[in-house]
Every structure is written in structure tokens, then in C-alpha cells.
Design a protein around this ligand. Structure first.
Ligand SMILES: Cc1cc2nc3c(=O)[nH]c(=O)nc-3n(C[C@H](O)[C@H](O)[C@H](O)COP(=O)(O)OP(=O)(O)OC[C@H]3O[C@@H](n4cnc5c(N)ncnc54)[C@H](O)[C@@H]3O)c2cc1C
Length: 489
């Protein structure tokens, strides 16, 4: 008998979503991630949970409706990680006539009919806070509802849920060889040690590595896919409201500028073909300039490439050669030859439909195992067992219980841990009860929690994925954090 029913290569959003789905349906699951969970493309998404206006423009109405239904699902199952926002598109007729945009948004509202989020409206920005950050010529904007997500914490939340349902999650474990018999025999290097396991089915969810894993590890034909990268920039906060701005760029692409970690703005995306090692995806200077120019066309405050605090880039495979369009779709193939153990391959796709993709992928295994029915759409992710309309109440409750928390800090903690915040803060009465401090917000208690319950091993795992506190932490605090983590391993 094989050690596991399903082995998954890759701890990005696709891998962990499949692990969660399959573990909850009663399969014995192991997931192997060579680095940290979500350390590649899944931490570099546009962070949007949306029907996608660009898809609407392509008249793929069914896809928009499906994605908007998934948006509702996320609000139900992850109200801490997925937050509704008002999006604002300044209107002008250079790229699309305003009447067409307005019509499109009315259709978008109709396709999202059950969501409970406010519909689209026309706003006179000369007298509206949306307009304060914009250049003078913009008199009107259209405002509509969509959501933003903490993509890397979504990966972690899926992994936690999978583990709590029995899945084995191994980080720092690289799959180096997989032999396909009537079961899979996998060799991995786990923190320097070679180990062999067996599994009845295998999922290749190695993101931009999917083709090289197919060729060199599984020795199966690689998918006919090309690599594409997307990039974004982080700059200081450019506006004081909580809206996401959507700018029509001169090339007709939509550029998003979102509030990011309280003091910053995330601007993106720009994408193109990628060549090279997916572990090192960097942003070209021309792409930085492209996003600065896009922002400067609309915002009063100028953004120069020298203002960029951080660049965020990720690569993944896309089927065929149609670039970003295919990236949103994602790809899934299922190979179940007679006498050979089944192979699922999944890569790309957007965050919004990741739960559904995983559900469909795992469902392909139903002829092979007895499995309980689909469940992930109705069961909250860890910490998500409250209504999305009660997020502010959850923050208030946290501030009443832990009186030393500031407003912004409480919001960060509730966004990250939801109703499970007590697992981090316990019965602390003051900061001193939470151990050493690393900067104004990160405490020894949180670090311990992340190491014990969320697979954090190195400072970057905490500073850039389980939080974004790396944006504001001083070098001295980083060193102190590294020293603590080194002794805790
Ligand atoms: C071009 C592009 C466009 C995108 N557009 C959108 C968009 O419009 N909207 C949106 O929401 N998101 C978008 N995304 C991001 C999207 O979030 C990710 O593509 C998605 O999260 C799926 O990631 P993944 O799990 O396939 O890959 P990844 O997150 O890259 O995960 C793959 C993992 O496999 C691991 N791995 C590789 N080889 C091995 C091995 N041998 N053993 C163990 N582990 C291994 C890697 O370390 C990595 O962590 C886009 C991404 C790209 C690149």
C-alpha cells in the first residue's frame, strides 16, 4: 500500500488549494515545497479577488459570472483575508468612451447580482475624496465594488487547513525524482536528507517549474507552455482614502493602484514573456518606468522610479502563447493511463478562481478513490468563521480584549489571523507579556506562533510572506529577529 493517496509538488496557491480540498475529502495527502509556502508566483499576484473588467471586455460573461460567484465564496470563507473595497475608474474618452465603461459596470453589477456588495455609481470627483489625489482634468469617475486579498496569507491559510485535516506539509523539501509505476515512488531532498515516499497519485503544481519538473523529475512530456512574468511596484502611500484606483493606460491595459500595508501603494501590473530561473524573477527598469508613467498620468503626486521602495515579480507558465490572457485561465491536465498511477498537472490561473480550480482537479480523482463530496466553498478557512460585514466588530473586539493594541495593529492582526488571534496573543495583558519586540509590531509571541504553526523558518518567511513587516523593519530589528529564529530552530 502506498504511503499517501496524493502527493503534490509545489506549495504555491495551486498546490495548497489542492491539498486542502483533497485532505478534507478524506485523502491522505503530502505536499512538498522546495522553499517556503507561497514563495514564488503566489506572493506576486495583483492581490485582486474580482470578476475582472478585462475579461468582461472580452465578453467572456460566463467566466466573469463564475469569478464573481467565487468572490462571494471568498467573502464567506475568508472574511479576514479578503476585504471588499470600492474601486474607482477616472472617466475620459481617450481609451474607452465613458458611456461604454458605465454600461460595462452595470453589466458587472448584474453578473454579481447576489453579492450584497454595493453596485456601481458615477461620482463627481471635483467634490469627492476620490478626486483629491487625482489631477484636475478628471471630473467624473465610476465607482464599483470588488475585493482585495492578502495572497501569501491565503496560501498559508489553505496549508493550515489542509494540515488540520491530516495533510503532511513539508517545506524545504525538493522533489528530485518520481518513478511512475502503478503507484508513484518519489525521492525528495528534505533539509539535506534524501527520503523516499510512495503515493497513489501525483499532482505537479510547480508553477514556473512545472515543465522542468515534468521533464527532469517525472520524465514525462512537458506541457506546451511558455513562461510569463508579471511585476508590480510598491511606493509610499499616494492617497488617503481606502479606494483602489483603476487607470486606463494608453495601451488600453488597466493599471491598479491599491492601498498596501497602511503606508504604501501597490501599482501594477506589467507582464511579458520570461526566460531564466524562476527563482530569480526581477523587474526591468523599463517596466518600472511604465508603471510610474501610468500612475503619473492620473495622480497629482508624481512617482519617479527612484521612489520605488520595492518591486514584486513572479513567473508562471501559460498555455500556448497568448500571454496574460492564458495566465488568468490557468491550465489543468489529467493523465490516467491504464496500469500507471494518475498524474495531475496544474499551473497558472488567477487567485479568484483558485479554490474552484483545485476542486475540479481533485474531483478528477474520484474514479480512483472513495471520496467525500465537494466541501471547500462552504467551510471557512482557519480564522474565517465570522461574517465579512463584522470585520470592524472583530477588530473592536480584539482591541477590547488586548487593550495595548493600536487601531492599525489590531487591523493587521485580525486580517492575518481572524478569529484565531488568541492563538497568537494568548492572555497577554501588555506588550511585555509577548516577549521581545522587533520593530513596533512584531513580537516574540507572533514569531513563535509563525514558527510553530505556520512553517516559518527564516526571517523572510515572516517579513515578506506571513506579514509584510519587512517594509518597515530596521536592519537592527531584522538582525535580532534572525538571531532569535536561528536559536529557535
Ligand atoms: C504572468 C502571470 C499572470 C498572473 N495573472 C494573475 C491575475 O490576473 N490574477 C491573479 O489573481 N493572479 C495572477 N497571477 C498570479 C497567480 O497568483 C499565480 O500564478 C497563482 O497563484 C498560481 O501559482 P502556482 O501555485 O501555480 O505557482 P507558484 O506560486 O509559483 O508555486 C509553485 C511552487 O512550486 C515549488 N516547486 C517547484 N519545483 C519544485 C520541486 N521540484 N519540489 C518541490 N517544490 C517545487 C516552487 O518553489 C513554488 O513555490 C499571475 C501570475 C503570473 C506569473
Amino acid at each position: 500500500m502506498a504511503d499517501y493517496d496524493l502527493a503534490i509538488i509545489g506549495g504555491g496557491l495551486n498546490g495548497v488549494s489542492m491539498a486542502r480540498d483533497a485532505a478534507g475529502r478524506g485523502l491522505r495527502v503530502i505536499l512538498l515545497e522546495q522553499g517556503d509556502l507561497g514563495s514564488a508566483a503566489s506572493s506576486a499576484s495583483p492581490r485582486l479577488i474580482h470578476g475582472d473588467l478585462a475579461v468582461l471586455e472580452r465578453r467572456a460573461f460566463l467566466r466573469v459570472r463564475t469569478a464573481l460567484a467565487e468572490r462571494d465564496t471568498w467573502l464567506r470563507i475568508a472574511p479576514h483575508l479578503v476585504r471588499p473595497m470600492r474601486f474607482a475608474i477616472p472617466a475620459h474618452s481617450d481609451e474607452r468612451p465613458p458611456w461604454l465603461l458605465r454600461l460595462g459596470l452595470l453589466l458587472y453589477d448584474r453578473l454579481a447580482s447576489r453579492s450584497g456588495l454595493p453596485g456601481s455609481v458615477t461620482v463627481d470627483v471635483t467634490h469627492h475624496p476620490i478626486g483629491y489625489a487625482l489631477k484636475r482634468p478628471f471630473g467624473t469617475a465610476f465607482e464599483y465594488s470588488d475585493c482585495v486579498v492578502d495572497d501569501s496569507r491565503l496560501v498559508i491559510a489553505n496549508a493550515i487547513d489542509a494540515a488540520e485535516r491530516g495533510a503532511t506539509i513539508r517545506t524545504g523539501a525538493r522533489c528530485v525524482r518520481a518513478d511512475r509505476l502503478d503507484i508513484w515512488r518519489l525521492a525528495m531532498i528534505d533539509r539535506g536528507r534524501r527520503q523516499v515516499i510512495t503515493a497513489r497519485a501525483l499532482a505537479n503544481a510547480a508553477g514556473a517549474w512545472t515543465a522542468s519538473v515534468a521533464e527532469t523529475v517525472l520524465r514525462t512530456p512537458p506541457p506546451q507552455a511558455g513562461a510569463v512574468q508579471i511585476s508590480q511596484i510598491v511606493v509610499r502611500r499616494l492617497f488617503d482614502n481606502d479606494n483602489v484606483y483603476v487607470f486606463q493606460n494608453a495601451d488600453r491595459r488597466l493599471i491598479f493602484a491599491s492601498p498596501y500595508e497602511r503606508d504604501f501603494t501597490l501599482i501594477g501590473t506589467v507582464g511579458h514573456a520570461f526566460k531564466g530561473d524562476p527563482a530569480i524573477v526581477s523587474m526591468a527598469a523599463a517596466d518600472v518606468t511604465y508603471l510610474c508613467d501610468a500612475a503619473n498620468r492620473y495622480f497629482r503626486e508624481r512617482v519617479e522610479p527612484s521612489d520605488v521602495i520595492q518591486t514584486v515579480s513572479g513567473a508562471n507558465l501559460v498555455m500556448g502563447s497568448s500571454g496574460r490572457r492564458a495566465a488568468r485561465d490557468g491550465a489543468m491536465t489529467f493523465d490516467a493511463r491504464r496500469g500507471k498511477a494518475p498524474l495531475l498537472t496544474m499551473f497558472g490561473g488567477d487567485v479568484t478562481t483558485s479554490r474552484l480550480r483545485a476542486e475540479r482537479a481533485v474531483s478528477r480523482l474520484t474514479p480512483f478513490y472513495p471520496m467525500s463530496p465537494r466541501w471547500t466553498a462552504t467551510t471557512p478557512l482557519p480564522g474565517g468563521d465570522f461574517a465579512w460585514t463584522k470585520f470592524d466588530a472583530e477588530v473592536e473586539r480584539a482591541r477590547e480584549r488586548w487593550r495595548f493594541l493600536g487601531e492599525g495593529e489590531a487591523q493587521r492582526l485580525v486580517s492575518a489571523y481572524g478569529s484565531r488571534l488568541a492563538a497568537v496573543l494568548g492572555d497577554a495583558k501588555g506588550r511585555a507579556d509577548l516577549g521581545p519586540a522587533f520593530g513596533p509590531e512584531l513580537t516574540g509571541a507572533e514569531v513563535r506562533h509563525l514558527m510553530a504553526k505556520e512553517w516559518a523558518r527564516f526571517p523572510d518567511d515572516i517579513l515578506w510572506r506571513r506579514s509584510k513587516l519587512g517594509l518597515t523593519m530596521s536592519p537592527a530589528d531584522r538582525e535580532a529577529l534572525a538571531a532569535l529564529m536561528a536559536t529557535a530552530v
